[in-house]
Design a protein around this ligand. Structure first.
Ligand code: ADP
Length: 251
């Protein structure tokens, strides 16, 4: 599989704090890639750097073999992101929010309405069309945010902690939705989470802690290599032992 994103020796400091410490990994086309780590690990910073929203101190980021800089409009139009804090207007209805944004892509109201309705249906939220965005539940908002991110049919979709704050059943729903959308649109999906177990269906996992890569592999390989039954145990094993390299331990 082709490398869609290639990151080499990426470093970032904020106020003399090393938030990312020479990180290297790649994301292959079509995969579901999870970035795991506790709060403060550097996940959001990493995504901001990949999206070009902040500048790295050192290192290189290649998207489809090319550097992503501020004028890479063509490349940027292939990427969508859903941050934890929505960019939609709470005082507007779902319809108004999505139609307006769809119009940016279509320049035609009829097409904009049809595009927005199609993406809302994709996230199984057509019934929310006339509701005010601000009154929606956390799970409903997240779905509408994803519909918004799908308007430009991205090649690469970033989801920053898509399940944080959702109840167990909404989290399961969200995962099903992510898998379905990924298949339907043949997208590469990159997400961050601090719920380790949720990442078990990912193709690859990057585990971060204090700005360092603690592990990077497929979930099953990680469990085998660390002789652990769960990803949470893998992470705890790495943290407790302070190991940076694979070592087997007994359960
Ligand atoms: P995560 O997403 O894993 O919770 P973040 O990337 O948000 O972690 O944060 C990693 C560290 O970087 C934290 O200690 C945070 O306080 C710090 N940090 C993030 N953004 C900034 C910023 N703009 N200015 C100063 N410190 C920041």
């Amino acid at each position: 599989m082709k490398e869609l994103v290639k990151i080499t020796n990426l470093s970032k400091q904020y106020n003399q704090q090393e938030v990312l410490k020479s990180i290297s990994f790649s994301i292959k086309e079509g995969e579901l890639f999870s970035i795991l780590g506790p709060n403060g690990a550097g996940k959001s910073t990493l995504i901001s750097l990949i999206l070009g929203l902040a500048k790295a101190d050192r290192g290189e980021i290649l998207f489809d073999g090319r550097k992503l800089d501020s004028d890479s409009i063509e490349l940027k139009s292939m990427i969508s992101v859903v941050f934890q804090n929505s960019i939609l207007d709470p005082d507007l209805s779902v319809k108004e929010n999505l139609f307006l944004r769809a119009y940016f892509y279509t320049n035609n109201w009829k097409e904009a309405k049809s595009l927005a309705k199609q993406k809302l249906a994709d996230v199984q939220a057509s019934h929310l069309l006339n509701k005010r965005y601000g009154v929606l539940s956390g799970g409903e908002k997240r779905k509408v945010d994803i519909a918004r991110a799908l308007l430009n049919t991205p090649t690469l979709l970033f989801l920053d902690e898509p399940t944080t704050g959702l109840d167990i059943s909404s989290r399961a729903d969200m995962w099903q939705l992510i898998h379905r959308l990924k298949e339907k649109y043949h997208m590469t999906v990159v997400l961050t989470t601090h719920y380790m177990e949720e990442a078990r269906d990912s193709d690859n996992i990057l585990m971060l802690d204090a700005g360092q890569v603690m592990a990077y592999d497929a979930p099953e390989t990680l469990k085998q290599n660390y002789h652990c039954l769960t990803l949470e145990d893998v992470f705890l094993t790495i943290i407790e032992k302070g190991r940076e390299h694979y070592e087997c331990i007994s359960l």
